[in-house]
Design a protein around this ligand. Structure first.
Ligand SMILES: Cc1cc2nc3c(=O)[nH]c(=O)nc-3n(C[C@H](O)[C@H](O)[C@H](O)COP(=O)(O)O)c2cc1C
Length: 318
């Protein structure tokens, strides 16, 4: 697939997830076979004024390319300014979030609130396309709620405004993350536009990814919660769609290797103070399949350093 000037090697990609798809996690997903990785949504206002936390969230490096930086907002000038910062940071693509269901954003008329206002999305896309040289893509849902599907109209308008790809999360904004996705909306968007279409929702294993691509006709699938604690899903799905040999599930030592790499990466990236707070949640995703998971979960809460953490992983992932 090509997204504007950017070549994407195969259809298995990482979906953006707040609090999860940070730089260390994206590197793991890339190494384990994701063709394209996307960072979490960052407020365009903060990015445009180069707030320190926002810039940290928009860290990238050539190792993870092609990579997508995502922003949200509803002011064309602010979005254009923020997109310039995303490009300066080294991202290959800037993605505009029109899907986030969190109340704070909806209340400000941003994120998913814009699914009810297709022409506002078109104006935002136009302003950003004018401002940057990298491809501009959009992330949408089926519509504001189950009764109002706006995805097809928005995809068409965004294409006319210069968007290089549409990524459809196959749920409505009102649905948030609850309940099954309706993949048929991705198929309808794919039929309606010439630009590549990516989709996500409910992909939990490699076979789901293949089914998603077959049923929707989409150019790519973005894996969300299905990769938390299981980034091997990328290489498994890639093998299935590219006709390679089946990839066996990871051994316990492979799990230990990856969880250590991820956690060391988080300590480097966030520093001790923040990494220690994040650690239990991150590690527990990987430890869920351990027979003594409950014990691991209790012990990981008290960890204060990367050395202690390594000891715990060696003890439990055996
Ligand atoms: C915890 C969490 C955080 C998310 N954060 C973002 C985000 O920052 N930007 C975005 O476009 N989508 C975000 N999403 C949506 C995902 O990109 C993806 O569309 C969705 O998770 C697909 O559904 P699935 O998890 O059932 O596969 C998030 C999803 C979850 C579960």
């Amino acid at each position: 697939m090509r997204i504007g000037s950017v070549a994407v090697a195969h259809p298995i990609t990482l979906a953006p997830m707040e609090e999860h798809t940070n730089y260390p996690f994206r590197l793991v997903c890339k190494q384990l076979g994701a063709s394209l990785v996307c960072g979490e949504r960052v407020d365009a206002c903060d990015v445009a004024k180069r707030d320190r936390r926002a810039i940290k969230l928009l860290h990238t490096s050539p190792t993870e390319r092609p990579a997508v930086g995502q922003i949200s907002g509803n002011d064309p000038q602010v979005m254009a300014d923020a997109a310039k910062v995303v490009a300066e940071q080294g991202f290959s693509i800037v993605d505009l979030n029109f899907e986030c269901p969190i109340r704070r954003l909806i209340g400000r008329g941003e994120g998913g609130a814009l699914m009810a206002d297709p022409s506002a999305i078109a104006r935002l896309v136009e302003a950003v396309v004018r401002a940057v040289d990298i491809p501009v893509t959009i992330k949408i849902r089926s519509g504001p709620d189950a009764e109002h599907e706006t995805a097809v109209e928005i995809a068409r308008l965004a294409e006319q405004a210069g968007a290089a790809m549409v990524d459809v999360h196959a749920r409505s904004v009102a649905q948030s993350y609850v309940g099954g996705p309706d993949w048929s909306v991705v198929a309808r968007v794919k039929q309606a536009v010439q630009i590549p279409v990516l989709g996500s929702g409910g992909v939990r294993d490699a076979a789901d990814a293949v089914r998603f691509l077959k049923e929707t006709g989409a150019d790519g699938v973005a894996i969300g919660r299905g990769c938390l604690g299981n980034p091997w899903i990328f290489q498994q799905a890639r093998a299935l769609v590219t006709g390679g040999a089946n990839v066996a599930p990871p051994s316990i030592s492979e799990k230990a290797r990856v969880v250590l790499q991820l956690v060391e990466g988080e300590f480097d990236f966030y520093g001790n103070h923040l990494a220690v707070k994040r650690l239990p949640r991150v590690a527990c995703y990987f430890a869920k399949s351990l027979p003594n998971f409950a014990e691991f979960r209790d012990e990981v809460q008290g960890i204060k350093s990367v050395t202690e953490f390594k000891r715990l992983v060696r003890e439990f992932f055996r």
